[in-house]
Design a protein around this ligand. Structure first.
Ligand SMILES: [Zn+2]
Ligand SMILES: [Zn+2]
Length: 343
């Protein structure tokens, strides 16, 4: 096994399966034989050249899981892992010394390097990662389930920042894969959840997952629907649709003392009314990646959160390009698309 295959974006729009040497596990690292990788919006943006953070050529993929193949040397002689362990990988790596790192917010490190974005990722047969980024998962879990820990860590981060509680009513904007992880996670915490989107099929899926109310914001007036659902305003709004022109209206729908979380990467200005924030003492949160949320999410999955409901398609690794074109051409039918590598 001296060589391996990897999915590399050479330049924007130019995706290739390349042959590379198998990396070795350096000090403090583990070598992982990758068994499944989830495809995410970020991967699509890097493929299209619309992710301003990516550097090419790049092996993409930040939602991956596999088997420990080798354990590198450790400073203190012992490792938490053994060959054969099943692990899922937290893609966030940080410098450890900058201001956000110094206060425990390493997911917004000034020198942030995320697998599959600023450093080579998991769409490869093997990858060597810092042992502290690997998290053991039960061997009876499917590889797809292990991969779903990363997308749910995005939801765990939002719900942790905003202190989502069982008494909450939550509006999730957007019923794509990220919006649906927000829905399932808030429901798992005991909150009541409404979901808005513009695709009826996605809203139907959101209802089947337990959304109490769904709103097609192209056909219905979202503000009116929310005023009926929460006459005092919505306590927690999670913006996973991220349309800058809609953001000011979310502040109007929020309850006094409410929280609004935003996940978008748009650079388009949004005309927010400052009075809406002050008058109601709103808290507005940006949430990016995850800050040590893998153990929490693994616990949720062990306690019954069925993340595999979001997996809509599986492709063999060698058909990565077909998987990408399916996602782009069928937004209605696809939710989470997985690549799998036979062991
Ligand atoms: Zn992702
Ligand atoms: Zn840092």
């Amino acid at each position: 096994m001296s060589h391996m295959k990897a999915v590399s974006v050479k330049t924007p729009k130019n995706l290739e399966i390349t042959e590379l040497p198998v990396p070795s596990a350096g000090e403090g690292e583990v070598l992982v034989r990758v068994r499944a990788i989830g495809i995410c919006g970020t991967d699509i943006h890097i493929y299209h050249g619309t992710n301003p953070l990516a550097v090419y050529p790049r092996i993409i993929g930040h939602e991956f899981a596999g088997v420990i193949e080798a354990v590198g040397k450790t400073a203190n002689g012992g490792s938490a892992f053994s060959v054969g362990d099943h692990v899922t990988i937290d893609p966030v790596t940080s410098c450890g010394v900058c201001y956000p790192c110094s206060i425990g917010r390493h997911n917004v490190c000034s020198k942030l390097r995320v697998f599959g974005v600023q450093r080579d990722g998991g769409m490869a047969e093997f990858i060597s990662v810092p042992a502290k980024n690997a998290h053991a998962v039960p061997k009876e879990w499917s590889w797809e389930k292990a991969c779903m820990v990363e997308p749910f860590s995005i939801a765990a981060n939002v719900l942790s920042l905003t202190n989502c509680a069982p008494t909450d009513r939550v509006l999730v904007m957007g019923a794509g894969p990220i919006g649906l992880t927000m829905l399932m996670s808030s429901l798992f915490l005991g909150a009541r959840v409404a979901v808005a989107d513009v695709l009826d099929s996605r809203l139907e899926f959101a209802r089947s997952l337990g959304a109490e109310l769904t709103v097609n914001s192209n056909k219905q007036n979202l503000a009116d629907e929310m005023a009926r659902w929460c006459p005092e305003g919505v306590p927690l709004i999670i913006d996973a649709a991220c349309i800058p022109s809609l953001f000011p209206s979310l502040l109007k729908m929020a309850a006094p003392a409410g929280r609004v979380a935003h996940l978008g990467f748009s650079e388009t200005p949004s005309p927010v009314v400052p009075l809406d924030i002050t008058k109601k003492e709103l808290s507005i949160f940006g949430s990016r990646l995850n800050c040590n949320m893998f153990p929490k999410v693994i616990g949720w999955f062990k306690n019954g959160l069925d993340a595999e409901k979001l997996v809509s398609h599986r492709f063999p690794f060698a058909q990565a390009e077909e998987a990408f074109s399916l996602i782009e051409n069928n937004p209605v039918e696809t939710c989470k698309v997985m690549l799998t590598i036979e062991g």
